[in-house]
Design a protein around this ligand. Structure first.
Ligand code: 6LW
Length: 490
């Protein structure tokens, strides 16, 4: 099964169950707002209900926060009637911090900093005496006081994973039956990624590794979903056990390029001799599915607030990004020097389908801006309208060039991008997809100005932990957008 339960850049999933409801969070890196929060009743259909970190007082992202730094690897838990969220901010002045909420849709508290907790991938677990254990990549553990953010002494090493595997990370600790289980990811988040487990009599161990480790990996296989790892366990509505995890869908020839980032998948878990055994990825669990409301393909920007799926870069101030300047339009006031600049004013959504189309009606009357497919500051393609011209631009590493141009008449026009997954490979170097940019003519036909190989906007080329985001930006002055459409073509 190749279908994610949450497609697009939604890595490092952490899930918790409260009665019939499931909540799930993912990493968000340099994007603002941070930590998308999803709800589900069936573990397959997930609806984004908010973002946990939506105030600048919660997110210490600045123009100095590089892409693929920022907010990493959350753990979400429900304890004592409250939701607890712990994250690492990989930014200047960041570190580990905890947030709490009674409603996972928000508002979430300001951060409780954990200045003595070092490392990434924090987990939270409570024992029967009410002690809170914070377990980190490595794997090492602190006892912490959530009221003050203080630790009780130094961290203790618990386990360093299976022999010879690098990067023991993403720990989650659970009390299940008579054992405490320590679930980790290993092998790095690339093709060698896997999930291993150990168990012990207490939250502090000693931990005995599972003889069948790794309990999940797709490395060295023909599985279309690769890099599987970074998992979290949860019980299904029928009491059976399940795992949410990250995986990628590489496309094209060799070495394979994945373009959507790391996505969230679901797999069943059974128990043999009190060890978890992971089944194949699936979207058909043995209970009735309960799809949530579908997100409309068009956003008309008629509301005061943007939908939770819209993301900006590092911050989103009303001064730069607003639906209030011109009713029914999204207005972006430029800052910085366009998409090459970490300060760019941008509003986009994750590309969630291997083939898709996005269009926007832009009024560039007082500025320069357009529609972009973004990976990071150094990897992006865009169609931009400025002073009587439409240009398609590509930035790949240090190279930036205008790929196509044509004159534009005054007034609003529709810019579009279509991503087509490569169904057949030309040769071993064939890319994963083609990204075509164009404009809609007054008669409604679409003219393609440039078709570009998508491999340059992939993790294997750009590096880092993120995936593609498609959105609107202002490069100079003020640019208005009447609507934005996103449609899957799979
Ligand atoms: C995260 C680590 C990982 O901290 O990638 O896949 C890192 N695993 O656990 C960033 O998402």
């Amino acid at each position: 099964m190749t279908t994610p339960v949450i497609p697009g850049m939604h890595p490092d999933p952490s899930v918790c169950r409260v009665g019939e409801d499931y909540y799930l969070v993912c990493s968000s890196f340099e994007y603002f707002p941070g930590i998308p929060v999803f709800h589900s009743r069936d573990l397959v259909n997930w609806t984004q209900i908010g973002n946990a970190l939506e105030r600048t007082s919660q997110l210490l992202l600045t123009a100095e926060t590089p892409s693929s730094a920022g907010i990493y690897a959350p753990t979400l838990r429900h304890h004592d009637g409250r939701f607890w969220l712990i994250v690492t901010s990989v930014s200047h002045g960041g570190g580990n911090m905890v947030f709490t909420a009674t409603d996972p849709a928000g508002p979430w508290s300001d951060p409780i900093p954990l200045p003595e907790v070092h490392g990434i991938d924090p987990d939270l677990a409570w024992d029967d005496d009410g002690n809170c254990w914070c377990t980190m990549a490595g794997v090492h553990q602190y006892r912490i006081d959530l009221a003050t953010g203080e630790t009780f002494g130094e961290s203790q090493r618990l386990w360093s994973g299976t022999e010879r595997a690098k990067a023991p990370e993403a720990p989650h600790l659970y009390r299940i039956g008579d054992h405490w289980y320590l679930l980790i990811a290993e092998g790095g988040t690339e093709r060698g990624h896997c999930v291993s487990v150990a168990r012990g009599p207490s939250p502090n161990g000693p931990f005995e590794p599972c003889p069948a480790n790794p309990i999940l990996t797709h490395r060295s296989t023909y599985e279309p979903v690769q890099n599987t790892g970074h998992a979290d366990l949860v019980q299904g509505p029928d009491g059976s056990w399940w795992m949410v995890l990250l995986g990628v869908r590489p496309g094209g020839g060799t070495p394979g390029w994945h373009v959507l980032g790391r996505e969230t998948f679901l797999a069943p878990v059974s128990w043999v001799d009190d060890w978890p055994v992971v089944g194949p990825l699936t979207v058909t669990p043995p209970w009735p599915l309960q799809p949530g409301p579908a997100e409309p393909s068009r956003d008309d920007f008629d509301d005061n607030a943007l939908r939770p799926s819209w993301v900006s870069l590092r911050d989103r101030s009303a001064q730069h990004c607003t639906t209030k300047d011109r009713a029914g339009w999204l207005t972006l006031h430029a800052r910085g020097a366009g998409l090459d600049d970490p300060a760019v004013v941008f509003a986009g959504r994750r590309q969630q389908h291997l083939s898709c189309r996005a269009r926007t009606l832009v009024d560039p009357a007082e500025g320069t801006g357009g529609l972009a497919v973004r990976f990071d500051e150094e990897h992006h393609y865009e169609i931009e309208v400025a002073s009587g011209e439409v240009n398609v631009l590509a930035r790949i590493g240090p190279l930036r060039t205008v790929v196509a141009s044509r004159p534009a008449s005054d007034g609003p026009l529709v810019l579009g991008v279509q991503v087509d997954e490569a169904k057949e490979l030309r040769d071993a170097r064939s890319g994963p997809d083609t990204i075509s940019f164009g404009v809609e003519e007054p008669d409604g036909t679409f003219t393609v100005l440039a078709a570009l190989d998508g491999k340059y906007l992939s993790t294997e080329v750009a590096g880092g932990f993120t995936g593609r985001v498609i959105g609107m930006y202002a490069a100079s002055g003020t640019v208005h957008f009447d609507w934005f459409d996103y449609e899957p073509l799979d």
